[in-house]
Design a protein around this ligand. Structure first.
Ligand code: TYD
Length: 209
């Protein structure tokens, strides 16, 4: 029997908002509840993702177009090798960043957000649910500094202010939710789990009907 396709949930937000921790906690909680679930992060481990990480660490300058191209190629591979096979096998996939990151970050660098979105939606399945972990940039930068001493070139204050604003511009879309990431991590986790269970519960209702 072909498994019922899994659901795709994307966690988004500025650097330091706690996405990675929350992605892992959400997957662990879903597994505990008896679901198949897995998380992938972007940029990933393809040659393009590795190149991007090198660029961030070295603080090298590349054009916004080149940056977008590297993220897009990395994502194309992530969709082919990780995301689609997991969904097809019936696993729920929790993305630690997905294409809204490109729309927000590369959009702020001057690329047309609608173009970035359309280019990405041509190669990557649309999430069933996107959750933006929102918090003020000051708090995010303090968390980053506490975690590893300093911020990298992606993490300038003004840049992140604009990225945050860009994310919040999507908050009114029907499959996009915003969660207050200034709350205690346990509370953020509970909020994410409620949203995920609402999505999966809606699936269960459909199967029963
Ligand atoms: P991330 O892996 O979240 O950072 P960290 O190394 O701290 O875990 O992402 C690295 C940076 O890449 C982050 O500043 C956001 C940026 N980014 C984009 O600009 N566009 C994209 O499409 C993605 C996925 C990330």
């Amino acid at each position: 029997m072909t498994p019922i396709r899994g659901r795709l949930v994307a966690l988004e937000g500025i650097d330091g908002c706690g996405k990675s921790t929350q992605a892992h906690r959400l997957v662990a909680a879903l597994i505990e509840l008896g679901h198949g679930a897995v998380t992938f992060r972007e940029p990933g481990d393809s040659e393009f993702g590795r190149e991007l990480r090198r660029v961030f660490v070295e603080g090298r300058d590349i054009t916004p177009e080149e940056e977008m191209r590297l993220f897009l190629e990395d994502r194309r591979i992530d969709v082919r090798d990780n995301i689609e096979p997991a969904l097809a096998a019936g696993q729920h996939v929790v993305m630690d960043r997905y294409y809204l990151s490109s729309v927000a970050y590369q959009g702020v660098l001057g690329l047309d957000p609608q173009m970035v979105r359309a280019t990405n939606e041509a190669i990557a399945p649309r999430p069933d649910l996107t959750i933006i972990l929102d918090l003020p940039v000051d708090i995010a930068l303090r968390r980053i500094a506490a975690a590893r001493g300093q911020a990298n070139s992606f993490e300038g204050r003004e840049y992140l202010e604009k990225v945050r604003k860009s994310y919040l511009g999507f908050a009114s879309e029907k499959d996009i939710e915003t969660v207050d990431a200034t709350e205690h991590p346990d509370d953020v986790h509970r909020a994410l789990l409620v949203l995920a269970q609402r999505l999966l519960g809606a699936d269960a209702d459909q199967v029963r009907r």
